[in-house]
Design a protein around this ligand. Structure first.
Ligand code: GLN
Length: 509
């Protein structure tokens, strides 16, 4: 019987590589074949370089290190991560054609670990969006239903991993962009504690919120990928100088299924009693079942109220655009990528204005206008200042909540994946997709999304939030839930991930 390398979890691939059951070249080729066959329709990648990938895989096979750590395992990177000599666009026309002269830390660490870069994945322009429809380049489809969105802004990464076009991928999360697309495609996605994964070489959206993290098919895989990218980096001034918590070990321990003594708080304001407006019944039902499973493993469950979470959405949509308006001022047609109207007759201001007019899409312009307005003198206190106060209240709610419980839980998203085109002209409806993920972003605490079953045949995500630097707790509880669900179902959730063909690609005897 042959084994399909593209449907397996990465930890298994590691073991198969180590025992010589496959090679990095064979593995990489299996993924490249699937990309070639399916990505024209799926739209998950913006850039794939098969030769470069196979070249690296060959070198790793020749060195004989495949299967040691992450060596020889392919990976996909969201196109917001700067990669030396590899086109990097952040989903925007304004960076079209730019080949960065350096690697961001996340890319550098994955390279140092001898992973094989398959390519750069599609995303909402500058990570602004929840559906990947704001990409300037292409539509990405949800492999569970090609007429639906794969989530965003890391929708290229989520679609690729769910469809078997990468074993795992890096996403970034500013207000939910790892957790929401993971939830909507049946994956595990973790937003690390703010400052625990380097932002050096991530194209900045909102610097006080942006974090890179893993998107994977299992909790253990997410932990392994996270360990490879995490830890202090002197190149990022907000990097926390603390060791990476032991994550894979926590996931393995969690899978043992003993949660006795763990205190779990259901956040009332995120789909709890009196707060179910906008939440789909199927989502609430799956989340309730997940909570019951946690209880069955010995956890003590209670409801916890976090009143300021009701204000997370307006606060986020002032803070993130304010920071974006400042961060995006560097795209001026002079330093990188696109330049429009530089014909010798126009002055610098005109060239800059034309470049930004043509280079930025509608959502990016909306955010720049909003942020510039919120920061302007006379309005600063009323908007940005108020939002910052709300941010403090949200952090205090977390502190008070974590005095009572060890983890807070909620749905990851109020609904399952919505149809393509259904929200793109209604920014406020689009913003509502992040209702549940924004509080953890604003407070900088870690949060994971783990699949908790299906509603109408589409995946539902369960969010687990923990105190800052307790990322290991997210992995432990998520792994316990994953194992309990798999046991109840009698099969692993990853076996349900959609595949276009039942034919094994790149099979091993
Ligand atoms: N959807 C949110 C936004 O549009 C969050 C995006 C993100 O996390 N990058 O800002």
């Amino acid at each position: 019987m042959s084994r399909d390398l593209t449907t397996s979890d990465a930890a298994t691939l590691q073991a198969v590589l180590l025992e010589g059951g496959t090679t990095s070249v064979e593995l990489t080729q299996a993924y490249l074949d699937r990309i070639a066959a399916e990505d024209a329709e799926l739209g998950s990648y913006l850039h794939v370089d098969p030769e470069a990938a196979l070249g690296r895989a060959t070198a790793i096979d020749e060195a004989g290190t495949a299967g040691t750590g992450l060596a020889g395992i392919p990976v996909a990177l969201k196109d917001v991560v700067v990669t030396q000599g590899v086109p990097t666009t952040s989903g925007s026309r304004i960076l079209e054609g730019w080949e960065p002269p350096y690697d961001g830390t996340v890319a550098a660490r994955l390279k140092a670990a001898d992973t094989v870069l398959l390519g750069k994945t599609n995303m909402d322009e500058f990570a602004m969006g929840s559906s990947t429809e704001n990409s300037a380049y292409r539509v990405t489809r949800n492999p569970w239903d090609p007429e639906r969105i794969p989530g965003g802004s890391s929708g290229g990464s989520s679609a690729a991993v769910a469809a078997g076009l990468a074993p795992w991928a890096i996403g970034t999360d500013t207000g939910g962009s790892i957790r929401q697309p993971a939830a909507l495609t049946g994956l595990v996605g973790h937003k690390p504690t703010y400052g625990s994964v380097s932002r050096y070489g991530l194209i900045a959206f909102s610097s006080s919120l942006d974090q890179a993290g893993p998107m994977a098919r299992t909790v253990l895989d997410a932990a392994l990928l996270h360990e490879a990218i995490g830890g202090h980096d002197p190149l990022d001034s907000t990097s926390i100088d603390a060791p990476v918590p032991v994550l894979a070990e926590s996931a393995r321990r969690g899978a043992g299924g003993d949660l006795s003594g763990l205190r779990v708080g259901i956040v009332r304001e995120l789909g709890g009693e009196g707060h179910t407006d906008g939440y789909e019944e199927g989502v609430l039902a799956r989340v309730a079942e997940a909570v019951a499973l946690l209880e069955g493993m010995g956890a003590e469950v209670r409801e916890v109220s976090c009143p300021a979470f009701d204000l997370a959405l307006p606060a986020y949509y002032l803070i993130a655009p304010s920071e974006a308006s400042s961060n995006l001022s560097r795209f001026d047609g002079v330093r990188y990528g696109l330049r429009v109207g530089d014909d010798g007759d126009r002055d610098l201001d005109e060239v800059m204005a034309l470049t930004r007019e043509q280079g930025f899409g509608a959502e990016v312009k909306r955010r720049i206008i909003l942020g510039t307005y919120a920061l302007s003198s006379g309005y600063y206190e009323a908007y940005y200042g108020q939002a910052q106060k709300v941010r403090t209240l949200i952090s205090r709610d977390f502190t008070a909540g974590f005095d009572q419980v060890d983890v807070l839980v909620s749905p990851t998203t109020p609904t399952v994946a919505f149809p393509l085109g259904s929200r793109v002209d209604d920014p406020v409806a689009m913003y509502a997709a992040d209702l549940c993920t924004l509080p953890a972003s604003l407070a900088g605490v870690p949060a994971i999304s783990v699949p908790c079953g299906l509603s109408d045949g589409l995946p539902v995500g369960f969010q687990i939030m923990a105190p800052a630097l307790a990322d290991d707790r997210c992995y432990q509880v998520a792994a316990a839930l994953e194992a309990a669900q798999d046991a109840a179902r009698g099969s692993r959730f990853l076996d349900q991930l959609p595949r276009r063909d039942a034919q094994p690609a790149g099979g091993v005897a």
